[in-house]
Design a protein around this ligand. Structure first.
Ligand SMILES: Cc1ncc(COP(=O)(O)O)c(C=O)c1O
Length: 449
């Protein structure tokens, strides 16, 4: 069968058979192969990946060392339920995760399968350790779609509508969003009103001594790469310490070198009580983990944190290879350097393109906020969909969140040449949209989220 027809069939079958709760509406892409930062479709097109499977493929697609680690472990054995027997890959990986995560104190690790269930584990263990039930999260947070993670999340109504009741005792507060802060006083600048909201919650609805944990994304990812100010994080740490509240930091998206540090927490010298890991940990193999202060993960009994296929040795082998690659190829530093370069290129574009309102992020976790007007900061939603679509037509796979924030998240292994090509495509797309050369019809299919 002709490959082009095969590609259409793959898409059609998916459209007909796969649940609509799983796919976000962007473009009809069926991937035949993927290597490094390049996706190949059935038409033979090579497309630059600016999404990394949503930060799952930090070391690039099908890195030969990851592939080899998977093959070698598969030949030995595929899996044994870790509730009943141990294997060396899981212990070795735990040792490595303890080494690379922030916090020079004794730790333990709990493995699971996805960022969502790892967040559920964090709720469970925080409650059982503190003997408190209440949990605080942020508006516009994304922590996954298992029930606990869904209850923590507050990014969009499809994650809420008709799905309740949710896990009880979860409260949301505003995330410190400095670009869209409407609480800044014109005279005194930032008055940390977002921190006041937390204190108001404690004084009115949720006694601090009943709170088990606060769940924080160190950069809020899916709401559009929001970076909190350092003063906020400092104060949050203090509030948690003063009130015996555990600070759970979700590094599922921001971890594994993505932000130009091993973990985004390091930008704030943050040493979380519990760190949630997933996505790039095993380069796309299903694996997630909590790394926590030792005593916290000693606070619950089996099988409260057990999953039959967690800590799969093939996934652990892929994760160990991923860590080696990040270290040996210097990908943390590379993410920092390419990130600085990318931000500089966008700053230059901003001078020519009024659509660009704000450029945020660190390393290769960058959000470019497109606005109708720099004064009002009104989100340029149609324009963003059109820019992304035009990029797609020109061979760049780029998505957006919050309707108007371009998501810049290529694999950390992307070459300078590929990066430059992608940035040139974005600039051409901005010109095309500003000149009205992208038709409105595309808005019916490119909806994003
Ligand atoms: C910060 C964060 N936490 C958790 C998750 C959920 O991970 P998973 O999709 O593996 O359940 C995501 C996924 O986008 C995420 O960005």
């Amino acid at each position: 069968m002709n490959d082009i027809i095969k590609g259409l069939e793959v898409i059609q079958k998916d459209d007909e058979l796969i649940s609509l709760g799983t796919r976000i509406a962007f473009y009809p892409l069926a991937i035949k192969e993927a290597k490094g930062a390049i996706l190949m479709d059935y038409d033979g097109n090579e497309i630059i990946d600016f999404l990394s499977a949503a930060c799952v493929s930090n070391v690039g697609h099908s890195h030969p060392r990851v592939v080899n680690a998977i093959i070698e472990q598969t030949k030995k054995f595929i899996h044994y339920n870790p509730a009943y027997a141990v294997h060396e890959q899981m212990g070795n990986l735990a040792e490595e995760l303890i080494r690379i995560t922030p916090g020079d104190f004794p730790k333990r690790v709990a493995f699971s399968l996805s960022g969502g269930d790892a967040n559920d584990n964090a709720i469970k263990v925080a409650r059982s350790y503190t003997k408190r039930t209440k949990v605080i999260s942020y508006f516009r947070a994304y922590h996954g779609t298992t029930y606990g993670a869904l209850s923590l999340s507050a990014v969009s109504l499809p994650m809420r509508r008709d799905l309740g009741p949710f896990v009880p005792d979860v409260y949301h507060i505003p995330y410190p969003d400095c670009y869209r802060c409407n609480r800044k006083s014109p005279d005194s600048g930032c008055n940390m009103d977002c921190m006041e909201k937390l204190k108001e919650l404690f004084n009115t609805v949720v006694p601090a001594e009943e709170v088990a944990a606060i769940f924080l994304e160190p950069f809020q990812g899916d709401s559009g790469v929001i970076e909190p100010p350092a003063e906020y994080i400092e104060e949050l740490v203090k509030v948690c310490k003063d009130n015996g509240i555990l600070l759970v930091v979700d590094e599922v998206q921001s971890g594994f070198g993505r932000t130009g540090k091993w973990f985004a927490s390091e930008h704030y010298n943050l040493e979380p009580d519990i760190i949630v890991l997933g996505k790039s940990i095993a380069s796309g193999m299903p694996l997630a983990a909590l790394v926590a202060r030792k005593e916290i993960l000693e606070g619950w009994g089996a099988p409260a944190g057990s999953y039959s296929t967690a800590g799969n040795p093939i996934c652990c082998a892929a994760a160990l290879a991923t860590i080696d690659i990040i270290e040996e190829e210097g990908l943390v530093k590379k993410a920092e350097e390419l990130g600085n370069y990318t931000i500089k290129r966008f700053e230059e574009m901003k001078e020519k393109h009024p659509l660009i309102g704000d450029i945020r992020g660190k390393g290769l976790m960058i959000g470019v906020d497109l606005v109708k007007d720099r004064g009002t900061k009104e989100r340029a939603k149609d324009e963003t969909a059109k820019v992304s679509y035009r990029c797609w037509e020109k061979g760049l796979f780029i998505t957006f969140f919050s309707g108007n924030v371009l998501r810049i998240a290529p694999p950390l292994t992307i070459s300078k040449k590929e990066l430059d090509k992608a940035l040139d495509i974005i600039e051409e797309a901005l010109c095309d949209v500003e000149a009205g050369r992208v038709p409105d019809e595309i808005l019916e299919s490119v909806k994003g989220w």
